[in-house]
Design a protein around this ligand. Structure first.
Ligand code: FAD
Length: 486
């Protein structure tokens, strides 16, 4: 498997990216696939590991790192090494419904557990995955997953993010009649209205939606379940209902002056910007153009705000992070490896883009007060250094630092699910998430299942795909058995 000692013959290569100046001048996706020759060379670096931790995962419980969907990584690495891209594509599709999403935005926990990463660079697994699926689309190998036979069963899926899309793709391919209800204008969830176009081209999302429609999935957009259509109506019409509504309740920073129009949630900013870019709304109500912007919060949402504000033409953007750059612990809990990998990528992204003619980020800094004047305009924010460790960007003289700001974007995480739908459906919650069994995804209500961020809290696209696949199996079993025995 792979080239004997290939890892000693070839260095890891990164995917090519647009030049920084060029990429900041537009909203286009800035990363590109490998050419086939480079992908083969990278595939050659894969060793014949007895146990492929990239695929199986390594560690215990929450500490486990590896591919959540168990992609057959060593196998398709080998096929790519041999130039057998079509076979590699077939093998990849056995475990991943949407490699074009993960190939673009996954933080690649598989690479963190690649044995080569112990004392060298891991195999470029994500880049190889991206290349396989891009090649498959370019060669016309990707076709709608139309079922051979239609069943009579009807299944409703609420929410069209990656969890809902995956469940729909699976259930439809097995013959169920699938309706996906979505309150936004278009399907995709955070793939469309959260993650910016620079990281995931919306044409990639649209292309998959069109394939699913061609296969028979029915997307019903601009409909909020629980408000425009009731639980009783769905219960009457469907054999099973899957709730995949995400975890969009944003955490707030309620200091005096919070009501200022210049202090906004990051997600509202990102969503409006994306809708505006694609002519779905006229003018966004929140803009960073010609403003001094402070992004409070250091995760991927914050990094996306930095990227978006730079492209909009802000005067400056500064991102504040409560934690040290790569801490050992977060809120008293160990900083587990995948978290470290995600943080590293977010930091790299924001620092790299933000370093261009801008002040970079600050770590170990807490916001203490908003400076809002009598008419409600924001002037700046007052911060305090929390960290006792040496800081990269903020010296200890800056213990209390004032930042001038015309716009603050709050990106300090998500608290869990919005309450309207669980209330309308009388679903039990656990830690602000929909309570559903981790094996069969059943909620407290008969016929109702929950998956994705709605069940596990804000997470990653690859976990949404995993839960979408598993909830589909459970809903399928339930719907079919119910028809047989009723
Ligand atoms: P969502 O994608 O949130 O989709 C839920 C859908 O349900 C939405 O479309 C919503 O409109 C709909 N809905 C909600 N309520 C109703 C209702 N009552 N009726 C009808 N429809 C409803 N993950 C990565 O792996 N890599 C990244 O780079 C990355 N970047 C991110 C950037 C941002 C800004 C954010 C916020 C998240 C990011 N994530 C990333 C996380 C990832 O996007 C989520 O984990 C994933 O989208 C969760 O999928 P989901 O299907 O469970 O929920």
């Amino acid at each position: 498997m792979g080239e004997f000692k290939g890892f000693m013959n070839y260095r890891r290569k990164a995917l090519a990216e647009e030049d920084l100046k060029e990429r900041l001048s537009n909203y286009e996706a800035f990363q590109h696939r490998f050419c086939n020759e480079d992908a083969s060379e990278q595939g050659a670096r894969c060793m014949e590991c007895g146990t492929p931790f990239c695929q199986t995962g390594v560690g215990v419980g929450k500490e486990t790192v590896g591919c959540p969907i168990g992609n057959y990584i060593p196998e398709w690495n080998d096929l790519v090494y041999k130039g057998q891209f079509k076979e590699a594509y077939r093998r990849l599709m056995e475990t991943n419904n949407f490699p074009e999403f993960t190939g673009n935005v996954c933080p690649a926990p598989c690479e963190s557990s690649c044995v080569l990463s112990i004392n060298s660079d891991p195999v470029a697994i994500k880049g190889i995955e991206r290349t396989i699926i891009d090649e498959a689309f370019e060669q016309g190998w990707v076709e709608p997953r139309t079922p051979n036979h239609r069943l009579e069963t009807r299944i409703a899926i609420i929410g069209s993010g990656p969890a809902g899309m995956t469940a729909a793709d699976e259930l439809n391919s097995w013959g169920h009649n699938v309706d996906v209800y979505e309150r936004d204008f278009k399907p995709g969830g955070l793939l469309r209205y959260g993650i910016p176009n620079m990281k995931l081209d919306k044409a990639v999302v649209e292309r998959r939606v069109e394939l699913m429609e061609a296969a028979g999935v029915n997307f019903i957009c601009d409909v909020e379940v629980g408000k425009d259509i009731s639980y009783e109506e769905l219960d009457e019409k469907y054999d099973a209902i899957i709730v995949a509504t995400g975890a969009r309740k944003q955490r707030d920073l309620k200091l005096e002056g919070r009501q200022s129009k210049d202090i906004q949630f990051a997600m509202d900013y990102l969503t409006e910007q994306i809708q505006h870019q694609f002519d779905e709304i006229d003018a966004p109500s929140i803009t960073a153009k010609d403003k001094h912007v402070i992004v409070i919060g250091g995760g991927d949402t914050g990094a996306d705000c930095v990227a978006m504000a730079l492209r909009e033409g802000c005067k400056s953007v500064f991102q504040l992070n409560k934690y040290d750059r790569l801490p050992d612990k977060v809120d008293g809990n160990p900083f587990w490896p995948l978290q470290k990998q995600v943080f590293k990528l977010d930091y790299a992204h924001a620092e790299y883009e933000g370093a261009f003619g801008q002040e970079p980020r600050a770590y170990g800094v807490q916001t203490m007060a908003y400076d809002v004047d009598l008419v409600g305009d924001l002037n700046g924010i007052q911060t305090q250094v929390l960290s006792q460790q040496p800081l990269t960007d903020v010296t200890m003289e800056d213990q209390e630092r004032y930042f001038k700001a015309d716009l603050v974007l709050l990106s300090i995480g998500f608290e869990g699910v919005e309450s309207a739908l669980p209330k309308a459906f009388q679903l039990q919650l656990e830690n602000n998430k929909i309570a559903a069994d981790e094996h069969d995804y059943k909620t407290n209500r008969r016929k109702v299942f929950a998956a994705g961020d709605a069940r596990r809290g804000q997470s990653l696209v690859v976990w949404a795909i995993k839960e979408g696949r598993e909830v589909a199996r459970s809903a399928h079993k339930f719907a079919v058995q119910n028809r047989i025995y009723s």
